[in-house]
Design a protein around this ligand. Structure first.
Ligand code: CA
Length: 325
């Protein structure tokens, strides 16, 4: 498959973002998943970042621990009345005692993606600083520079809990040399007010991505329907360099066997100078009615003309772009 002509690609060749590492193959956000993603050739390795009780930024997707760790066995007494074990209730030294496994339904123990790794081993939660040290080591040892793609998770939720996540994330990134729009980093967040604050009051110069969800998910105060309009995208372009939409917001298959249909989102975003990096490609959870991995990638890269893709399977996406056999 060949990407669209460069004339329609103001942002250069599409980038491949390893979503939580090569999380299709190894438990998400572990060093194992990051090393494998680096070895497969992913351009960027993703970090989701949340805070511990003692204010250590850690690379972890959820606010709660029970879907991907053995917290229920290690700290049975630390469950809140709502039935959850929260990252923010444990110190980093305590989190370090947990083992990370593939995502399960914590009640039934059933695997979310049954075909994946599935083993239980002492794979640890890592701090953001450890993760960046690890990636710099991989870059040095291999001579291949992978960038980082860091998400500030639920900043309003953290603030309500008395913690300010963004300055701690930005401080750690700066410590590792990620300070300007020329550095090999994208900073992402679903919360538009927080991105405005990061750009304004916090003076951040990194390239930023406005993630776009669905209002029906009720995850943040952000009005995603408004963001997706041309006027909304024009506003996003005042602080961000790109958007990260959900794949069905870019392209959909009306029925099995039907041709894919693009929305106007990529065209509208490009008109505002915004790159488009949708989430998330999964071999084992294709978009509704999509025939297979190849058809999904063709629709995204050739038909819609996206500039990058979050993928649990970086090798499959790289192969679709002709960068791996
Ligand atoms: Ca993320």
């Amino acid at each position: 498959m060949h990407p669209s002509p460069s004339a329609s690609r103001p942002f250069g060749p599409p980038i491949v973002i390893a979503h939580r590492g090569a999380s299709g193959y190894l438990p998400e956000h572990t060093f194992a998943a990051k090393a494998y993603a680096h070895a497969l050739g992913a351009d960027y390795l993703e970090q989701d970042v949340v805070l511990t009780r003692d204010d250590v930024p850690v690379v972890f997707h959820d606010l709660v621990l029970e879907e991907v760790t053995d917290v229920a066995n290690v700290f049975p007494g630390r469950k809140r009345d709502d039935g959850h074990w929260y990252v923010i209730d444990l110190d980093y030294a305590e989190l370090s005692q947990l083992s990370v496994h593939d995502r399960v339904n914590p009640t039934s123990g059933e695997a979310t993606y049954p075909e994946r790794f599935g083993e239980h081993l002492p794979l640890r939660i890592r701090s953001l600083a450890e993760e960046l040290t690890f990636i710099h080591g991989l870059n040095r040892a291999t001579g291949r520079r992978a960038g980082i793609y860091t998400e500030v998770k639920s900043p309003a939720w953290h603030r309500a809990a008395g913690k300010d996540l963004s300055p701690l994330v930005l401080g750690t990134l700066a410590d590792f040399g990620y300070r300007t729009a020329d550095d090999d980093v994208w900073l992402q967040c679903f919360d538009d007010a927080e991105l405005l604050r990061i750009k304004g009051a916090l003076g951040c110069r990194l390239r930023m991505v406005q993630l776009i969800g669905e209002n029906a998910w009720h995850e943040a105060a952000t009005d995603y329907d408004a963001l997706r309009t041309p006027a909304g995208l024009a506003r996003v372009a005042t602080y961000a360099a790109g958007i990260g939409p959900w794949i069905p917001q870019v392209v959909q298959w009306p029925a099995a066997g039907a041709a894919p249909v693009c929305t106007s989102l990529v065209r509208d975003a490009h008109a505002e100078g915004l790159a488009v990096h949708p989430y998330t490609f999964r071999v084992d959870q294709l978009p509704e009615h999509a025939a297979d991995a190849a058809a999904t990638h063709r629709a995204l890269f050739e038909l819609a003309g996206v500039d990058g893709l979050f993928t649990d399977f970086p090798d499959v996406t790289l192969a679709a772009l002709g960068r791996r056999s």
